[in-house]
Design a protein around this ligand. Structure first.
Ligand code: 13P
Ligand code: SF4
Length: 326
């Protein structure tokens, strides 16, 4: 305990020396969230990274988030304390490389209900549907963002899809988010077959069982969950959307359909309310890689610097800027 306090004090000192800001995603470990200057969802963190006045951003999250921070603020040094913290879903689509086969991926289940066919690379799918705008989820590599027309997050996917001309859009890589967008807009969404292994493992039966167990609770679900889960949820929203909903709702009890790291803020900000995880195993191993020790080492040694080649950064920034302008 004493050691942890010492580590925290050193992090705070280093932060001052480096003129650094710590950004943490809502799924981070409790102790990492507690030392962050700002904790939020992907959209809020991108906005903060683009506006904040500092020399160094320590990004406690996964690699696509740190990349986005660099894309928006190349003059700052962006550190990802754990360079191996990745998002498997973001790696499920690439511009040129063929799509990998997922059946061996933990949590994979066939979703025969995909309404539109998938290509093998982003380039293939664009060639198959010339002129159709491409929306990429923020959980993508900088290369994919650079090859897309506009970016979206779970907080704004419906708004982004609605803002585009025509009645069809390509949406990559999350099949669940894409189907949610299709259901909530008048558009035809050509979906990719990517998925988040943490959210996609939840079934409608899990959701119904939880609702039966906690009949007074409202079910909040992240749009990375399957449509069959979203259809029985009381509120579908991003991680920070859940924080806002729980705070403003007169209800006292909630079932939380997303990664369990968010329980820390939910409970801290609403001590009088009760939160139940939809499934206790909704844990993202990559989000949990970052520790106080790795934050301390990154700041001390200025290691794990994230950059993006300038030619890709400039094009990826257009996709992110279009989203932020909305
Ligand atoms: P949010 O943008 O809702 O925070 O989600 C990010 C993410 O990675 C969800 O798995
Ligand atoms: Fe990626 Fe899912 Fe982890 Fe989010 S929770 S970072 S989408 S694997």
């Amino acid at each position: 305990m004493y050691k942890e306090r010492e580590l925290v004090n050193e992090i705070l000192d280093l932060k001052k020396q480096r003129r650094a800001i710590i950004l943490a995603h809502n799924y981070q470990r409790e102790e990492v969230q507690d030392i962050a200057d700002f904790v939020g969802d992907s959209l809020e963190l991108s906005r903060t990274a683009s506006k904040i006045d500092c020399d160094v951003i320590v990004f406690c999250g996964v690699n696509f988030m740190a990349e986005s921070a660099y894309i928006l603020s190349p003059a700052k040094t962006v550190l990802l304390p754990e360079p191996g913290a990745c998002c498997p879903m973001a790696d499920m689509i690439q511009v040129d490389a063929p799509r990998k086969l997922w059946p061996n991926f933990p949590g994979y289940t066939e979703q025969p209900k995909l309404l539109y066919p998938i290509g093998f690379t982003l380039r293939d799918i664009k060639a198959q549907y010339p002129g159709v705008p491409v929306v990429c989820y923020v959980n993508t590599t900088a290369e994919v963002k650079a090859a897309s027309d506009i970016c979206c997050t779970s907080a704004n996917v419906v708004k982004v899809v609605e803002s585009l001309p025509g009645d069809t859009v390509i949406c990559v890589p999350d099949r669940n988010l894409s189907m949610w967008a299709q259901k909530n807009t008048g558009k035809k969404v050509i979906a990719w077959d990517g998925f988040c292994h943490v959210h996609d493992r939840v079934t409608r039966e899990d959701a119904l069982k939880a609702k039966e167990k906690y009949p007074d609770a409202l079910l909040m679900a992240h749009p990375e969950c399957r449509l069959e889960v979203l259809e029985v949820a009381d509120h579908v929203t991003s991680t920070s959307g859940m924080l806002r909903f729980a705070k403003s709702s007169p209800n006292k009890e909630f079932i939380v359909g997303t990664e369990t790291g968010i329980m820390h803020r939910l409970q801290k900000e609403n001590p009088e309310k009760t939160f139940h995880p939809l499934r206790r195993d909704m844990i993202c191993p990559n989000m949990k890689k970052t520790t106080l020790k790795s934050v301390h080492a990154a700041l001390r040694d200025m290691t794990s610097v994230v950059t993006v080649p300038e030619e890709i950064r400039v094009r990826a920034k257009i996709s992110l800027d279009r989203m932020l302008e909305l």
